[in-house]
Design a protein around this ligand. Structure first.
Ligand code: URP
Ligand code: ZN
Ligand code: ZN
Length: 470
């Protein structure tokens, strides 16, 4: 029986904060107590360190094919990067293309991820082709295959966008079977008009990405998604929320008792639209959807995190290199050198979520330590049917643990991160608080700068109901 003993740490969960030892047996927490002893266990000293549950990031895009572009992190490199950042579970996406059966899409994606994953993983399914066959497949996916959340896009017409009627039909079926819908809420049709006008006027640089995706159209789509979900009686989760107008729609829905939820991402909490004014093509690094917003929106997001109007911080890790080499133009922002609308949408971040939110959230007093754990581990695990196996430190839970030095200062940089991507949104930012050791189901995978994990050790997670438990 593999035994590990972590002694002397300060255990922090979403509700607790106390000094105790943790005994791990066969990958699970066996006991928590004072002065535990286990002579045959491997000992790790944790004096002066915080012990958190492993992070749960429910929005990543590893090895993700977006047609002309593909994200640069494989499941191996992306999950290794996640682990170095204290994240031991991801929920990524399996995307349905026209004519594809969602179950096949899921099976293919699991087969791709399984031999590579270094942390545990689940999938949401992106639906783009709402047919009777698609709708008929959903109950089985929820009840048997562990997929209880389905993402639909109100943006990207002709590529990913689903119309209101198809969205409503999907919502009804998902709601009936204990699932939740995730919505990318931007008014894609109106945005398309603005993009075409900008290009016709010769406005091709990255800053027009922001100018053609106004926060008002995120607010409009968020309101519409919530109203459709209300009618369909399904919990709704707004992904990567960035705009104050969108947050307002979520707040209003929650005030009436609706199961409406939302996440935001570190880039919206720590960066603003001024990044698009960088010279040359540099602004392309910040081309993600929705775009970075103004300080007013950022202020609203922090308020939303404090008052539980926003429940989760995810990364939307969707990395494309800035330079074409060494991975080629399909994995590079260079695709949009002459036309901002061709810049692959997405930015990296899976490794920096926990250090950034600790430094800029807990360190500045904007959120408490318990709230930080809630936002990065417990709420995502609960929201997406992974709790209590994931998202907390409790007897019987998976021993996914982060030993974290709250005093250590370090610099975030693409030179030292573990993703394949060649830049960081946060290059050169000094943060206080560093991941020291990471355990995945009791196995030490990160020890300082040392990688001890291996591809294939991450397990596929069948999830239970989503959106029913918060
Ligand atoms: O720009 C983004 N967010 N790219 C990833 C795809 C998505 O919309 O989540
Ligand atoms: Zn999206
Ligand atoms: Zn995304």
């Amino acid at each position: 029986m593999a035994e590990v003993l972590i002694k002397g740490g300060r255990i922090v969960t979403a509700v607790d904060d106390y000094m105790a030892d943790i005994l791990i047996q066969d990958g699970r927490v066996e006991a928590i107590g004072r002065d535990l002893s286990a002579p045959s266990a491997t000992l790790h000293r944790a004096e002066g360190l915080l012990v958190f549950p492993g992070g749960v990031d429910v929005h990543t895009h590893m090895q993700f094919d977006l047609g002309p572009a593909e994200t640069v992190d494989s499941f191996e490199s992306g999950t290794q990067s996640a682990a170095f950042g204290g994240t031991t579970t991801i929920v990524d996406f399996a995307q349905q293309h026209k004519g594809e059966h969602p179950k096949q899409v899921l099976e293919d994606r699991i087969a791709l991820a399984e031999p590579q994953a270094c942390v545990d993983f689940g999938f949401h399914i992106i639906l783009t082709d709402v047919t009777d066959e698609t709708l008929g497949a959903l109950p089985d996916l929820i009840d048997r295959e562990g997929v209880s959340s389905f993402k639909m896009f109100m943006a990207y017409p002709g590529v990913l966008m689903v119309n209101d009627a198809d969205m409503f039909k999907t919502m009804r079926v998902v709601g009936h079977h204990g699932g939740m819908v995730n919505v990318h809420a931007e008014n894609g049709s109106v945005i398309q008009v603005l993009i075409e006008e900008a290009l016709a006027a010769g406005n091709t640089s990255p800053k027009y990405h922001r100018l053609t995706r106004p926060s008002l159209m995120e607010g409009e789509a968020t309101h519409r998604a919530i109203r459709l979900a209300e009618l369909a009686e399904v919990p709704v989760y707004i992904v990567h929320l960035s705009a104050a107008e969108a947050l307002q729609a979520v707040v209003e829905a929650r005030d009436t008792g609706m199961p409406a939820f939302a996440e935001t991402c570190p880039h919206y909490l720590f960066l603003t639209e001024e990044e698009y004014d960088r010279p040359d093509f540099e602004g392309a690094k910040y081309v993600m959807t929705p775009p970075l917003r103004d300080h007013k929106c950022q202020h609203a997001l922090w308020r939303g995190l404090r008052f539980d109007d926003l429940q989760i911080v995810s990364t939307d890790h969707c990395p494309f290199c800035f330079n074409e080499n060494p991975y080629g133009i399909r994995k590079s922002k260079a695709l949009g050198q002459d036309d901002f609308s061709q810049i692959p949408n997405g930015a990296p971040g899976v490794e920096f979520r926990i250090p950034l939110l600790f430094d800029g959230g807990v360190g500045t007093g904007r959120i408490t330590l318990n709230r930080f754990v809630q936002l990065t581990a417990t709420a995502p695990a609960k929201m997406f049917g992974l709790f209590p196996r994931k998202g907390t430190i409790a007897v019987g839970s998976d021993a996914d643990l982060v030993l974290f030095d709250p005093q250590k200062t370090h610099t975030l940089s693409a030179k030292t991160h573990h993703s394949r991507v060649d830049y960081s949104l946060f290059e050169g930012r000094q943060v206080t608080g560093k991941v020291e050791k990471v355990f995945l189901r009791g196995q030490l995978v990160v020890d300082g700068e040392q990688w001890l994990g291996r591809p294939g050790m991450g397990q596929y997670l069948k999830r239970s109901a989503s959106g029913r438990v918060l």
